[in-house]
Design a protein around this ligand. Sequence first.
Ligand code: TYD
Length: 215
Amino acid sequence: MPLKTKPTGRLISFEGSEGSGKSTQISLLAAHLQKIGRDVITTREPGGTEIGEQIRNIIVHNSKGEEMCAETELLLFTAARAQLVREVIVPALHAGKYVLSDRYLDSSTVYQGIARNLAADPVAQVNRFAVGNVMPDITVVIDVPTEVSLTRLKQRVTDLPDRMERENVDFYNKVREGYLLLAKSMPDRVILVDGTHTSAQVAQTIWEHVRVRLG
Ligand code: TYD
């Protein structure tokens, strides 16, 4: 279901490497928006719907996942997103809600396109097909140096590191560069935030940008 009329809600996506602090910042922005009376939902990718969670399991935790080729990975991530858009995001936007999305189509552009070296054109086409015209009003890219990202990742209290998190430093350098390039090439949509400051400082910067851009 594409957006037929302009919805009153807003879509704000959060992007960045693992350990960049996306989830903390999503919670802080959600709390801030709720305090000023906005209706907020948060979503995560891959996942966020029953079908999406099943796809997430295949991509992230499948023990045979090591053999998954980059093309399959792209199609699975975008399939989960296509479902999330139609089942959750579009209805929420039409209901006037603020949707804060933990990752969105830029993750596919950067992880599968740039870091896994898939050609940019097909990645863009598949991305567009999956989201239709549901583009973020604002995308917040939280930037941290790769070393910081990997150190934070190691401190996470999780079971075993998942498939994506086992990637090496080169991979995460490419991810970081990809996001920096994205921010540079789309300044109207993308806000680049330095994620090495305290959570409170990062939250304040994000809030100021969001306030200005959304009025
Ligand atoms: P997740 O546990 O959600 O990590 P994070 O907290 O960092 O978001 O795992 C999602 C992983 O999937 C992460 O390594 C990024 C990757 N990913 C892609 O490669 N392409 C995509 O389109 C999306 C949405 C995620």
